[in-house]
Design a protein around this ligand. Structure first.
Ligand code: BGC
Length: 385
């Protein structure tokens, strides 16, 4: 009888404690789900008194992204390391003043045309267009006042898969020299599966060119040191070779036996000081890799930081990806939390059509015609290893 009572008591305690554990787990999930949110607040003002808003998005796993209406800039992105400790993995400023004073496109939407167009000139349907030149004699990242410096109209998205923002901007005919009124929309979506997607669409009322991208600078150490020990893999057998002005020569250069071979993951720093001529032109890595494979939405690159365990994969519909190793960062910028951004403290992986495509008929076309919709999608997948 006593034995039965003892057994009964043990069973009761076990059941109760299991129930309790289950309740705690359920409560944690509920708490996390409760945290899924979009919060809007003021980030500062432009010189003309326009207020800039900042949106904080949090997904079910606690990943938090902040973005502002100015340039659609991602000002902060906090992801966990392998122990669950969150750090900000993108470079940027704490306030509006920083972005207004000097920014190498930190975290911004780039448009209408990402990267360079030789002499800022191109021909379309027999007409020559002269764009603003802002990189020596060339056009870079949309010109003097590109999409990184305009105010986007932002609305929130929230559904069972995550949270996001819809950013809208209408670029008037002739802006920075581009033909056509362009209605551009960029969607940032932070999924509960720890993906961050960039969905771009655009429409025009005159034939034009479009090449939109996102210019976040990543550092998976939380900007504690340079990015040279991050392991990078790029799914590409060729790059578009450049001249000393970083304009494609038109040649597709095989990566085999060159510092550009990232088909197997290697440290960013491994060959960065190579005296390869292409590397000298770029002052390091600043080239367009031609992504292998003909799948519409394909694996482009991955980055792994061994100390923190942070791992990111990039998938895209774009044919190319610009890997820029932060060569122009030189310690003259003091970023968030008073961190000095020294040489190569951040890297960019910008999915794109190839630089100078409007002047290279054998490159995939970046022309957008009336009645067509420009579509581009890139997804970043965050995890740890
Ligand atoms: C370009 C670099 C440029 C940088 C601007 C990158 O996308 O490839 O050449 O200096 O943007 O910060």
């Amino acid at each position: 009888m006593t034995m039965i009572r003892v057994l009964y008591t043990i069973l009761l305690i076990t059941t109760l404690s299991c129930k309790n554990e289950k309740n705690v787990a359920l409560k944690n999930i509920e708490d996390k789900q409760k945290e899924v949110s979009v919060i809007e607040e003021s980030f500062g003002y432009l010189p003309d008194s326009t207020e800039i808003k900042q949106f904080t998005l949090t997904n079910e796993q606690g990943i938090e992204m902040k973005a502002i209406t100015y340039g659609g800039i991602i000002t902060s992105l906090k992801t966990p390391d392998r122990t669950g400790k969150f750090d900000d993995v993108v470079l940027g400023y704490d306030n509006m003043e920083g972005y207004l004073k000097k920014t190498p496109y930190f975290g911004a939407i780039i448009g209408r045309y990402g990267n360079r167009i030789a002499n800022g000139k191109f021909e379309l349907e027999g007409k020559t267009y002269q764009l603003a030149t802002n990189n020596g004699k060339n056009h870079l990242h949309g010109g003097i006042k590109g999409f990184d410096k305009v105010v986007w109209d932002v609305t929130e998205i929230k559904d069972e898969n995550g949270v996001g923002l819809k950013l809208n901007y209408v670029s008037p005919d002739g802006e920075e020299g581009y033909p056509g009124n362009l209605i551009a929309q960029v969607e940032y979506f932070l999924g509960n599966d720890n993906t961050l997607s960039f969905n771009y669409t655009a429409k025009t009322d005159r034939p034009t060119i479009v090449n939109l991208t996102q210019h976040s600078y990543f550092n998976f150490t939380g900007a504690q040191r340079d990015v040279l020990s991050h392991l990078l893999k790029i799914n590409a057998s060729n790059i578009t070779a450049i001249d000393n002005g970083l304009i494609p020569t038109g040649e597709f250069l095989s990566v085999t036996g060159t510092p550009f071979d990232f088909r197997n993951a290697k440290e960013i720093g491994q060959d960065i000081e190579s005296d390869d001529e292409q590397m000298k032109f770029g002052l390091g890595f600043d080239h367009n890799w031609i992504i292998d494979g003909d799948k519409a939405f394909k694996f482009a690159a991955s980055v792994y930081e061994p100390k923190s365990g942070r791992y990111m994969e990039i998938l895209t519909t774009e044919p190319g990806i610009q890997f820029y190793s932060g060569n122009f960062l030189d310690g003259s910028i003091i970023g968030k939390n008073n961190i000095v951004y020294n040489h190569r403290y951040g890297f960019c992986l910008e999915t794109q059509h190839f630089p100078d495509s409007p002047n290279k008929s054998h490159f995939p076309s970046s022309t957008l015609d009336v009645g067509e919709t420009y579509h581009s999608k890139t997804t970043l997948k965050f995890s740890t290893k």
